[in-house]
Design a protein around this ligand. Structure first.
Ligand SMILES: NC(=O)c1ccc[n+]([C@@H]2O[C@H](COP(=O)([O-])OP(=O)(O)OC[C@H]3O[C@@H](n4cnc5c(N)ncnc54)[C@H](OP(=O)(O)O)[C@@H]3O)[C@@H](O)[C@H]2O)c1
Length: 318
């Protein structure tokens, strides 16, 4: 198939592009330097190409308290990016299936995180604008399907992890922040201070598992919204303990800073629909996924360390 991927240079996009190319598809992967989707005409140079699938991953966001500090920019950037892509798809690529990415942050945390509730209630205050722009993306897909017959799939992931995350100093998803702090504690003897009391719960999906499910769903689902979560959540303390075991750091040396922002207390997607659609889909066990991620971090992720720090072997500190 001919496939276009927006956000193809990102964390999720890189994993998706690798997978699609390995499956033998002709993939056009775009980052913001290839096509700035803030410009309405950004995709016009592809008008003559007939894509079979368009994966729309591009979004302007980061983890941590980024959404809390940039709501205005997030609204402008994400609304513009999504409008560029949806407008272009409806006008220029009516034959293509559009696969777009939501976020679990768009759900009202006081309601069950089941697909029928995606537009119900309100997202948590700190993620309100980001969540609402993802809701509007879904509303746009439905509207274009209704009026122009667009075929779409909207997948809602929980937090992804795995090898290959960013090295450019942006705010990190919690698991990478845990990894960085614990590995630096082990290597450099730095104090390890985690935000919150550690009892807040999260779920994680390995990026390659997410890609596997999305590609399979794209082949078998038309015009639907599907959650892709792990089906089970754990406390931050549990994730930290697993990472400590893998890295060789004493969990009891970790300090918890209850004055810091931690977001929702609990977040776990209902995955009954995913299980029904893909009954044979199996996810990588958490301990194995973390082992892969720690190995990548240790072996390839020197960019977060200074030159002197890089010379210290991982298991050198006591
Ligand atoms: N990672 C997660 O855990 C997670 C969880 C839930 C939902 N999501 C959603 O999944 C999607 C991908 O996430 P990710 O983690 O891969 O994000 P990411 O690593 O930050 O990647 C974002 C991508 O969007 C592109 N982009 C940003 N602004 C753009 C613009 N103006 N024009 C064109 N492209 C632009 C970036 O291009 P450049 O890098 O070239 O600038 C990059 O390829 C996003 O829609 C995100 O909301 C991710």
């Amino acid at each position: 198939m001919k496939i276009l991927v927006t956000g193809g240079t990102g964390f999720m996009g890189s994993a998706l592009v690798r997978r699609l190319a390995a499956d033998g598809h002709a993939v056009t992967a775009l980052g913001s330097r290839d096509a700035d989707l803030m410009r309405p005409d950004a995709l016009d140079r592809f008008n003559a190409t007939r894509f079979d699938q368009i994966y729309h991953l591009a979004a302007w966001t980061q983890a941590g308290d980024f959404c809390l500090r940039h709501p205005g920019e997030q609204w402008v950037h994400n609304q513009q990016i999504n409008t560029t892509v949806l407008g272009w798809c409806s006008q220029s690529q009516p034959q293509a299936k559009l696969i777009a990415i939501g976020t679990s942050c768009a759900y009202d945390p006081n309601l069950p995180l089941v697909e029928d509730n995606f537009l119900a209630g309100l997202p948590i205050d700190s993620l309100f604008t980001y969540g609402m722009t993802k809701r509007m993306l879904y509303v746009g897909l439905r509207a274009l399907a209704q009026q122009f017959g667009l075929k779409y799939l909207f997948v809602v992931p929980s937090t992804l992890y795995g090898p290959g995350y960013h090295t450019d100093g942006r705010q990190l998803h919690f698991v990478f922040d845990l990894l960085r702090k614990i590995i630096r504690g082990r290597m450099l003897g730095e104090p390890v201070v985690l935000w919150g009391d550690g009892h807040q719960s999260r779920e994680l999906v390995l990026a390659d598992d997410f890609v596997q499910a999305t590609v399979e769903l794209a082949a078998c689902t038309d015009n639907g919204l599907v959650n892709i979560g792990a089906g089970q959540e754990y406390s931050i303390r549990h994730f930290a303990q697993l990472i400590c075991d893998e890295v060789g750091f004493d969990f009891d040396r970790i300090k918890f800073d209850t004055s810091r922002y931690v977001g929702a207390r609990s977040k776990c997607l209902d995955i009954a629909r995913l299980t029904e659609l893909l009954p044979n889909f199996r996810q990588t066990p958490l301990a194995e996924g973390l082992r892969q991620t720690v190995a990548w971090f240790r072996d390839e992720h020197a960019a977060w360390l200074t030159a002197a720090e890089r010379e210290a072997p991982l298991h050198a500190a006591s």
